[in-house]
Design a binder for this molecule. Structure first.
Ligand code: SDX
Length: 433
């Protein structure tokens, strides 16, 4: 991957040594100090827990500006894609970083349709898992198990085989997600219906049963498509960095995405969308008022956080949260339903945006704050919210893994550390301790 290096350099003084390090400039003007030779030149390393100040890669896929609240997939603003695109078109855009022609999109949709079914033996895999198991655990396990059915899939496959692994994942993950839900309900699995579009098929596999006709509501399918578009990629977030890291050992795509699903599950990350709704329900049920909750969320030792608020990168409004907040009103109105949790969410946001604690720390609603309101309107159960985040993020994980894979300079991820443990000492036999 070509580096946009500049003539500019950064001067670093360590002890009596001064060195100049090259500066890399991204296509949006962001600057990075290239420290690839730092240790070799100085014996010194950098320390950046959580990598808040560290770029792990050069990437052409997604651009975020956290100060301005900008999100673009391959240069296209999320607001325009949310309005005008579809999830499958966005998926192909992320993988190729170019919008497909009509024919290319039709071909891609047809490829996806042909791979929506799971191997019959894989269906039995679900039966061995407890019905009460969290669907994120089931989806992570099943995504990894795909490697047992497609044993030929390898990191260094030729491009067309890597493409077919990507198509299989995009096509089969909705089936896996729906089967994890059906398994939890003790209901029969519903085979995909390939005459339906991607989101209609998800709704069919989730909610239809063999005993009565079911036609997915196009309003619900469109709202789901919007949710998936908004979650599709987000540069080097925790789960995407996980997918890249696992891929960097040259593990295959299925194994890498399985790890990404596990990383997403955590409540600091994708698991927050489930926690937001549980938080709103606890307020609705009167366990504490919104004001009481906000007081707790500001107390460090309370362990309570305002879930769905704050972000490592966005120090302004998350553009996805803005779109989702508006979509809540639209979807609820079009479905003719109301959700008291939305009123509580808006009340919490109003309180936070006027409270110094949140304002000083630049804590704003993130993608998880309003998404659950819409999932609920679509009858998606709370336990499946993070699974739907994973369905949305799948093309992002795939595109980032493929970008890493194609980069001829790619290396295994292996950070250093600063050792703070005991210095050398002699072993003491247990009889003398
Ligand atoms: C996602 O990275 C991505 O791009 C992620 C994502 C994606 O699309 O992939 O956008 C999706 O994961 C969104 C985030 C979902 N998580 C939550 O909503 C959980 C609640 N938020 C936080 O736990 C937190 O804000 C993080 C994890 C999102 C960010 O953590 P950081 O960047 O490490 O920030 P921090 O924990 O150091 O917080 C800085 C300060 C601290 O206070 P002080 O030590 O300065 O006194 O802000 C406080 C924190 O206590 N703080 C919060 C808070 N979030 C941060 N206080 C109350 N409630 C919160 N939600």
């Amino acid at each position: 991957m070509s580096q946009q290096t500049t003539k500019k350099t950064a001067k670093l003084t360590i002890g009596d040594r001064e060195l100049e390090l090259p500066l890399i400039e991204g296509s949006e003007g962001e600057l990075a100090i290239d420290i690839t030779s730092l240790r070799a030149l100085t014996g010194v390393i950098t320390y950046d827990p959580g990598f808040a100040n560290t770029a792990s890669c050069l990437s052409r896929i997604t651009f975020l500006d956290g100060e301005k609240g900008i999100l673009r997939y391959a240069g296209y603003p999320i607001e325009q894609l949310a309005q005008q695109s579809t999830f499958l078109e966005v998926s192909r855009l992320l993988i190729h970083q170019e919008l497909p022609s009509q024919q290319e999109l039709r071909d891609f949709e047809a490829e996806i349709e042909r791979h929506t079914m799971l191997h019959e033996d894989l269906k039995r895999f679900f039966g061995s898992l407890p019905k009460a198991g969290h669907p994120m655990a089931i989806c992570a396990a099943t995504a990894g198990a795909l490697s047992t059915f497609y044993q030929d899939v390898k990191f260094d496959d030729p491009a067309e085989q890597r493409w077919s692994a990507a198509v299989r994942l995009l096509a089969k993950m909705p089936t896996i997600a729906a089967y994890s839900f059906k398994h939890s309900k003790g209901q029969p699995f519903m085979y995909p219906r390939n005459e339906l579009n991607y989101c209609e098929n998800i709704l069919h596999m989730m909610f239809s049963t063999p005993c009565e006709p079911y036609e997915p509501d196009p309003v619900v399918a469109k709202a789901l498509d919007l949710l998936l578009i908004l979650h599709a990629d987000h540069e080097q977030n925790c789960s995407t960095s996980t997918v890249r890291t696992v891929g960097s050992s040259q593990a295959n795509l299925f194994a890498s995405v399985s790890a990404g699903i596990s990383a997403l599950w955590g409540q600091r990350h994708g698991g927050a969308n489930q926690k937001v709704i549980e938080m709103l329900i606890s307020i609705l049920e009167g366990k504490r008022t919104a004001k009481e909750f906000m007081k707790l969320a500001k107390k460090k030792d309370s362990k309570v956080r305002l879930m769905g608020f704050g972000h490592r990168v966005y120090k302004n409004h998350d553009p996805r949260a803005r779109i989702l907040k508006k979509a809540c009103d639209d979807v609820l109105e079009r479905l003719g339903t109301r959700n008291p949790l939305l009123d509580i969410a808006k009340e919490l946001e109003e309180i936070a945006l006027e409270d110094d604690y949140f304002v000083e720390r630049k804590l704003y609603p993130n993608v998880d704050f309003y998404s659950g309101i819409i999932y609920q309107a679509l009858d998606i159960p709370i336990g499946m919210f993070t699974v739907f985040f994973a369905l949305g993020r799948l093309p992002g994980w795939i595109s980032q893994w493929l970008e890493f894979n194609r980069d001829p300079t790619n290396r295994i991820t292996r950070p250093r550390q600063v050792y703070t443990g005991s210095t050398e000492r002699d072993y003491v036999p247990v009889s003398q301790r």
